[in-house]
Design a protein around this ligand. Structure first.
Ligand code: UD1
Ligand code: UDP
Length: 381
């Protein structure tokens, strides 16, 4: 029988990773009745992704507050989800990742006794303070979920080690790879015919090596960001590089980045980019410096080396394969590792390998099949 699946999400990365899944399910109307609720924990950055994938939510709770605290976002999101669940009575709620919306979506469904499917389950650093509060959000979401869609065998193993029933764990690949590969292919094949490179491209000098930067993690607010900015300023003193940095709108990021980097030569600070332009930037980059989870997954599929501005990662596969390296927020470490990749072609070639540890572009289909098999098994008793 057709299953009503309610997608709940609210931030940019959740939207990038859930839109491919919901669009896939919409191609199967005999199997799925797809409903979409967004908390809009992010406003502008969520809207950019909804526009890219042409998704119109059935519910838009419009909850973002500028400079919101975790207490504010958590309490407001949880309260606002109650009437959505009451109105929809879905067969399944799908949440993704480890944000406040993920945690509240799973908890709200649990309170209504609706089974929860967790997309990108099983990521762990093993340190509840890194990333903060995401590691705790993941752990709690695992306890609340009935179905666990792990991107990799390693993530599935993390879940089994915590006692999650193996029959409820499905290794599907990461649906973010569905998104990045389809946009990359679309760009190569000219399918995004409306896309034009933004005005900042006229300031990009092709003769220089392009370093694309993103950073926004809470555990780096304050001194960590001061150090990240110091390292970027030092790197940009080289005449053969150009740093392009779409700056996250969080005031804790905007303030130090604008203060330290706005006037630096060879550094271009730009607005958060829509997804197609950002993938265009990624594929044009020589090197990525980031603390983003999603970028760590996308870069290996595009063959781009990544220096990760964190001490620990929940995505060890690309680190083990040697295409991603952890550099923390330590100024000399960031600068030395970047200089090595800029100066030593052998070191660069070793890290610039295309591989797909996080997925093959078919996660959405596997997630959909797993859901149907779960309900078929349940109806058999
Ligand atoms: C959130 C997630 C984090 C995820 C990140 C992706 C939590 C606790 N954290 O962090 O896991 O990696 O999103 O980017 O859920 N803002 C805007 N416009 C936007 C988005 C954000 O102005 O479109 C500003 C607002 O001032 C907002 C602030 O950024 O209050 C912080 O947003 P919030 O979602 O609370 O945290 P993030 O740091 O974005
Ligand atoms: N991204 C984007 N525009 C940007 C920067 C990032 O579309 O200007 C995409 C990026 O390709 C990845 C996702 O946003 O898919 C990562 O989101 P973010 O860094 O906000 O969160 P995280 O992945 O760390 O949770």
């Amino acid at each position: 029988m057709r299953k009503k699946v309610l997608f709940l999400f609210g931030t940019r990365p959740e939207a990038i990773k859930l839109c491919p899944v919901l669009l896939h399910m919409r191609t199967r109307p005999c199997d799925f009745d797809v409903r979409v609720g967004v908390t809009a924990q992010h406003r502008e950055m969520l809207d950019q992704i909804l526009a890219t994938f042409e998704v119109t939510p059935d519910y838009d709770l419009n909850l973002m507050l500028p400079g919101q605290s975790l207490f504010q976002s958590t309490t407001r999101i949880l309260a606002a989800l109650e009437p959505v669940l009451a109105a929809e009575t879905p067969d399944l709620v799908l949440v993704q990742g480890d944000t406040t919306t993920t945690l509240c979506g799973a908890l709200a469904a649990f309170y209504k006794k609706v089974p929860v499917g967790h997309v990108e389950a099983g990521l762990r650093t093993g340190d509840l303070l890194q990333p903060f509060p995401e590691e705790m959000n993941r752990v709690v979401t695992t306890r609340l979920a009935a179905l666990h869609f792990a991107a990799t065998e390693g993530a599935a193993q993390n879940l089994r080690a915590e006692g999650v029933d193996s029959g409820r764990i499905f290794v599907t690949g990461n649906s973010g790879i569905d998104a990045v590969l389809s946009v990359r292919d679309g760009l190569q094949q000219g399918r995004w015919s409306n896309y034009r490179r933004g005005p900042f491209w006229s300031r990009i000098d092709d003769s220089k090596k392009l370093i694309v930067v993103t950073a926004h993690r809470r555990e780096s607010f304050g001194e960590g960001f001061e150090r990240i900015c110091a390292a970027l300023a030092q790197l940009a003193e080289r005449d053969d590089v150009q740093v392009v940095y779409p700056v996250h709108p969080n005031p804790n990021v905007q303030d130090p980045v604008n203060r330290h980097l706005a006037a630096k030569r060879n550094i271009l600070l730009i607005e958060p980019q829509e997804y197609v332009p950002f993938v265009d930037l990624l594929r044009s980059a020589y090197l990525l410096i980031t603390d983003s989870g999603g970028v760590q997954e996308e870069a290996p599929s595009l063959g781009k080396p990544v220096l990760v501005l964190r001490e620990k990662t929940e995505r060890p596969e690309a680190v083990d394969a040697g295409t991603v390296r952890l550099v923390g927020t330590n100024v000399p470490r960031i600068v030395e590792e970047a200089n090595r990749l800029l100066d030593c072609p052998e070191a660069y070639q070793e890290m610039a390998r295309i591989h797909n540890p996080y997925g093959d572009g078919h996660a959405s289909q596997r997630i959909s099949e797993s859901i149907l098999s779960f309900f078929a098994e349940r109806s058999r008793g």
